[in-house]
Design a protein around this ligand. Structure first.
Ligand code: GRG
Length: 295
């Protein structure tokens, strides 16, 4: 099977897990369910759940205990996108070619849908307790999920990003935003896969570092594509960072240094991956394709 075929099959598997755990759209509060489900089912790439599941498999995890977390990480990612599109944040009326959640359901419902999904993600992750023979690992995984999402993770990164909008960033601030806003959830994804598969402390630590390299490189590649790609290939307007006078890795270091940094991070991720006490060829190919993507 080619990597593309395997990728398509695995995406379908994840789509079915993410859909299976969604709430039923019923009851007096059904509008919030329907707005949340709209935000989740909007056609995302499902990268975080895939990194989680494949890391779990790398460490020989075989149980269904991973499923609630696979769904939960995508619910958290979706809740962040719903909030990110709100008028008080990026004020985007469209996401993935469709009306964004607030544009389809109204601003108040957009706020509630993001809040609802965030908590529903935790509720869903807790379902792993009854599927696991190792509840201690489930507890540890929930702690990682919460801390990498919250003020020490994604929300902390978004805070600095929002506060500094319209102002030039120092290198330190840019680094903080990249590591937390984008990187933290990717770290949570892979670390949870390792924790639930009962990997050693050393392997969990190195998995976190691999994820950190992936998150950073993913973000720099985003900056590069915004400069060198076209609207057609990227599926969104290019040169948006320059138009919005945003400080990015490319605006500080230039294209060549940025490319070198992506390559350095990719090499580090692949080398750390080969040192883990397990192997997953698909995961390696996934990481390479994510970091070197053209769109
Ligand atoms: C949920 C309470 C609460 C707060 C959210 C708005 C916010 C706080 C955080 C913003 C986080 C954010 C938008 C980070 C950007 C991450 C990123 C690279 C998104 C794009 O990810 P892809 O390419 O998207 O995986 P798809 O569309 O494939 O799902």
């Amino acid at each position: 099977m080619t990597f593309e075929e395997e990728f398509r099959l695995k995406t379908e598997e994840i789509e079915s897990i993410v859909t299976k755990y969604l709430p039923k759209e019923e009851g007096l509060q059904k509008t919030v369910f329907s707005a949340s489900n709209y935000g989740v089912l909007g056609g995302g790439k499902r990268l975080r759940p895939m990194l989680m599941l494949e890391t779990y498999r790398l460490f020989d995890g075989k149980s269904r205990e991973i499923e609630p977390f696979v769904a939960a990480i995508e619910y958290i990612h979706s809740s962040s996108l719903i909030h990110d599109d709100l008028p008080s944040m990026d004020n985007d009326e469209y996401r993935r070619g469709k009306k964004s959640t607030w544009a389809a359901y109204g601003e108040a419902m957009g706020v509630l849908a993001g809040d609802a999904l965030l908590m529903y993600a935790v509720e869903t992750a807790c379902k792993a307790f009854s599927l696991s023979v190792n509840p201690k690992n489930v507890g540890k995984a929930i702690e990682v999920l919460a801390s990498k999402t919250g003020v020490y993770g994604m929300i902390g990164g978004q805070t600095v990003d929002v506060e500094k909008t319209g102002q030039p960033l120092t290198e330190e601030e840019l680094d903080f935003i990249y590591r937390l806003k984008t990187g933290a959830l990717i770290e949570a994804s892979m670390m949870i896969g390792a924790i639930l598969a009962d990997a050693s402390q050393e392997d969990i630590k190195n998995t976190g570092e691999i994820a950190s390299c992936i998150g950073y490189a993913f973000q720099i590649q985003d900056d590069i594509l915004d400069v060198i790609s076209t609207d057609e290939i990227l599926g969104k307007p290019v040169h948006s960072d320059e138009r919005n006078e945003k400080t990015t890795y490319v605006s500080i270091h230039g294209i060549e240094k940025s490319r070198e940094k992506v390559e350095e991070l990719l090499n580090r991720a692949v080398s750390l991956l080969s040192g883990l006490s397990g192997e997953n060829r698909f995961l390696e190919q996934l990481i390479i394709s994510l970091i070197t993507r053209e769109k």
